[in-house]
Write a protein that binds this ligand. Sequence first.
Ligand SMILES: C[S@@+](CC[C@H](N)C(=O)[O-])C[C@H]1O[C@@H](n2cnc3c(N)ncnc32)[C@H](O)[C@@H]1O
Length: 209
Amino acid sequence: MAPKQTKEEFVVDFVGGAVGHRLRSGEGRGQALPKAAGFTKGRTPRVVDATAGLGRDAFLLASLGADVTLIERSPEMHAHLADGIARAKAEGGIYEEIASRMTLLLGDSRDLIKVLSPEVVVVDPMHPPRHNSALVKKEMRVLRAVVGADPDQFELMMTALECASKRVVLKWPLRAAPMEGLPKPSHQICGKNTRYDVFMMFRNLPAED
Ligand SMILES: C[S@@+](CC[C@H](N)C(=O)[O-])C[C@H]1O[C@@H](n2cnc3c(N)ncnc32)[C@H](O)[C@@H]1O
């Protein structure tokens, strides 16, 4: 029998916990997500995180100097994120600096990314549940209890592919089958449990002579 998912309260915390730890550990642009999003030594793209969730990916990219627009459609998650960003700003120092690069919007990314002219769009929808639910982190189970599944994720990806000028990054479980119907990614970057399918917008590269 599947474990009962209870709706528990949780906070978005960019200062303590795993996010703060990752920041203090000083891991940089070599991590899989920034690499997939096109961060290099001299290049920092503008990013739209179309599935903000707990804000962890957005905070990581903002900590590397990027201006990140976070879009979240669940009013409850949006309120948690607004609270987390406000507390990071109040903390001062590096946390305030990073949080000031994060712009949070409430709404559906399928509508909002059309008016944002994004360079890079990151999409991390609720993933298909794994057979071994013990592998799914508690926070993700709680998030799922709050926001449910994302049945329109294919439509979101197609909108992102139409609107991004540089690339779209889809965060996906390492061994899961590709999202049905999507074009083949340009390349993939694999982490321990996650892979990043990268779709380059070749249509926007300057034409060769
Ligand atoms: C798996 S979580 C993302 C976790 C996030 N990457 C992080 O680092 O914490 C997916 C989130 O995206 C939101 N979401 C999914 N589709 C969306 C859409 N079309 N527009 C806005 N938010 C969306 C869900 O409500 C959920 O909070």
